[in-house]
Design a protein around this ligand. Structure first.
Ligand code: NAD
Ligand code: UDP
Length: 325
């Protein structure tokens, strides 16, 4: 049992990261209320623990004010589509989710005296001209491009969070999450790890956008969830955002070759146009997380990818029982 059993609201709790977070909170003895519109998440993601007596799931869009008849102590705000094709499908709703949704939840945190953790993103750095990215780098974001609904939405959400903190209206913490991967990513999520692994397992061509020289730093989901919980638990509120990510940096070409090697797939590579405003490189400086939270990721890419490949192999087999083993 934890020192104190908390009641924790997790928005976006039926999504990829949120479902792992709900599961870890329940395992730590807390009570969890999951709020999700099922835009990109699903009940399938919470199936393992849906019947847990301390788990409740509520279908709700955070753009609308949330009225609950339960008291709670903590809020993790993870609700927002995170994959470019999904957040760009309805960009105005993405911006509303980030701004109106976050404001609704901050007001709820104030009302209930609940501690608040916001899932922000490395996308606030845009296409960075400082590398690796430290939290004091203010970013290089195009405010009018197709990624702006998400990048600028998350930047506006951070502004709201720090205004609530400065005004002492709520105890708010902001995590800047870098690319995270692992089991429960949706096969059609559209992000690079799920795309490449699913393509390799299906023996389809692996899609590389651009020439594959752009870099990302990939964090395994269990490490990321550990970082989020530490950020919530730490007594002293950090006076700024905290990067959470794995500093191991890979080109998309390197990632594709690693996936081919680990799946033993005969798939060829297919080069496709680079999306507009696609950042050229991305790597977190995690000194602040290390100092404030005693956090650093433990899982190397090869190890995390092995678990992710196993997950997708099982998922794809269940979808097509007669397909390739
Ligand atoms: P996801 O798409 O799997 O999960 C998002 C969840 O939010 C889904 O369950 C979706 O149905 C729900 N949702 C979306 N809009 C909503 C709304 N208006 N009201 C209620 N629910 C809504 O994505 P994820 O990877 O789990 O990301 C979770 C959070 O972490 C997001 O806020 C994202 O911006 C942030 N983040 C993720 C990554 C990553 O690499 N996974 C990186 C940076 C930031
Ligand atoms: N990408 C790719 N092939 C894919 C999907 C994505 O080469 O099938 C590239 C994409 O252009 C980007 C990187 O991989 O440079 C990471 O993309 P993702 O959508 O996973 O995350 P984000 O762009 O938000 O960092």
């Amino acid at each position: 049992m934890p020192e104190r059993k908390e009641t924790v609201l997790v928005t976006g709790g039926a999504g990829f990261l949120g479902s792992h977070l709900c599961e870890a909170l329940l395992a730590n003895g807390h009570s969890v209320i999951c709020v999700d519109s099922f835009l990109t998440g699903s009940r399938e993601n919470v199936r393992n623990f849906a019947d847990h007596p301390d788990f409740q799931i509520i279908q709700h869009d955070i753009c609308e004010p949330l009225q609950l008849d339960r008291k709670f102590d903590r809020i993790f705000n993870l609700a927002c589509a995170a994959s470019p094709p999904h957040y760009q499908a309805d960009p105005i709703h993405t911006m509303q989710t980030c701004v109106t949704g976050t404001l609704n939840l901050l007001m709820l945190a104030e009302e209930q005296g609940a501690r608040f953790v916001q899932a922000s993103t490395s996308e606030v750095y845009g296409d960075p001209d400082v590398h690796p990215q430290r939290e004091d780098y203010v970013g290089h974001v195009n405010p009018t491009g197709p990624r702006a609904c998400y990048d600028e939405g998350k930047r506006a959400a951070e502004a709201l969070c720090f205004d609530f903190l400065r005004a002492e209206r709520a105890d708010v913490r902001v995590a800047r999450i870098f690319n995270t991967y692992g089991p429960r990513m949706h096969p059609n999520d559209g992000r690079v790890v799920s795309n490449l692994v699913v393509q390799a397992l299906n023996h389809d061509p692996l899609t590389i956008y651009g020439d594959g020289s752009q870099t990302r730093s990939f964090c395994y989901v269990a490490d990321l969830v550990d970082g989020l919980m530490r950020l919530m638990d730490v007594d002293a509120t950090p006076d700024g955002p905290v990067n959470l990510g794995n500093p191991g940096e890979f080109t998309m070409g390197e990632l594709a070759h690693l996936v081919l090697e680990m799946t033993q797939s005969p798939s060829p590579l297919r080069y496709m146009p680079l999306p507009v405003d696609d950042p050229k490189r991305r790597r977190p400086n995690i000194e602040r997380a290390n100092a404030l939270l005693r956090w650093q990721p433990k899982t190397q890419l090869r190890e995390g990818l092995a678990r992710t490949i196993d997950y997708f192999r099982t998922t794809l087999q269940a979808q097509q029982p007669s397909a390739r083993p």
